[in-house]
Design a protein around this ligand. Structure first.
Ligand SMILES: Cc1cc2nc3c(=O)[nH]c(=O)nc-3n(C[C@H](O)[C@H](O)[C@H](O)COP(=O)(O)O)c2cc1C
Length: 208
């Protein structure tokens, strides 16, 4: 099969109450229609949590860059995304001696948090950084041979204005298109705590 783009991107979206969402419902409008991007709403597909394992695995095989987009719930992923991880990332398929299906793919978390950025510090109210809270996802990715990118994070969702959400939406769209087209400088990206810290600086050819 010839590929139209350098990378196929799969967005696995997990929000259990989209009708109440202010941030994610707006962010997804910026990415769901991009050519070469498959947008997959897990709570829409599986309201009863009966995940179709083989279908999910074949989606993963056909994509190079996997995105987990979700609100932060109790410093973790929403329940259906955890269920998805428990079922889909099977032994001898995703990990283990013969589990090589995901090797070399990239994983990106796109996350919104009610808490503002200053809470996510060792000396802050939450006592841990976002990177520390995300270590179960990061380590799972590593066990599966995937490369985990710095997360794209929108903090302080209770106070964020519509205009700020739109600006995050613009950045999200630019980053997804750049990932699809192989235009992200991964080495530069790793020097930032978030993929959306300074998006111009992580685009190929932008480093001085
Ligand atoms: C069950 C639940 C758990 C939450 N846990 C956290 C949390 O651990 N840390 C945090 O900063 N925000 C937490 N929040 C706030 C959500 O992250 C926030 O409402 C969401 O990111 C807003 O996005 P939305 O407008 O798309 O719903 C929680 C919200 C709910 C409903």
């Amino acid at each position: 099969m010839t590929k139209k783009f350098e990378n196929n991107v799969l967005i696995l979206f997990a929000h259990p109450a989209l009708q109440k969402s202010r941030v994610n419902s707006r962010l997804i409008k910026y990415v769901r229609d991009i050519d070469g991007v498959t947008f997959h709403d897990l709570y829409e597909a599986y309201p009863d949590f009966h995940i179709q394992l083989r279908k999910e695995q074949s989606l993963l095989v056909n994509n190079d860059i996997i995105v987990f987009q979700h609100p932060l719930f109790w410093f973790s992923v929403p329940a259906l995304l955890k269920e998805w991880m428990d079922l889909v990332l099977e032994h001898m398929w995703a990990y283990g001696k013969k589990g090589t299906a995901l090797r070399g793919k990239k994983l990106l978390s796109v996350i919104s948090t009610g808490g503002r950025e200053s809470l996510f510090r060792r000396e802050g109210f939450n006592r841990h950084t976002m990177g520390e809270f995300l270590s179960p996802v990061k380590t799972s990715a590593r066990v599966c041979g995937m490369d985990y990118l710095p997360p794209f994070v929108v903090h302080g969702t209770h106070k964020v204005t519509k205009e700020e959400i739109d600006s995050h939406g613009d950045d999200y769209r630019k980053i997804i298109i750049a990932l699809r087209d192989g235009k992200v400088d991964y080495e530069a990206a790793r020097t930032f705590p978030r993929l959306n810290s300074d998006i111009e600086k992580i685009m190929k050819g932008q480093r001085k």
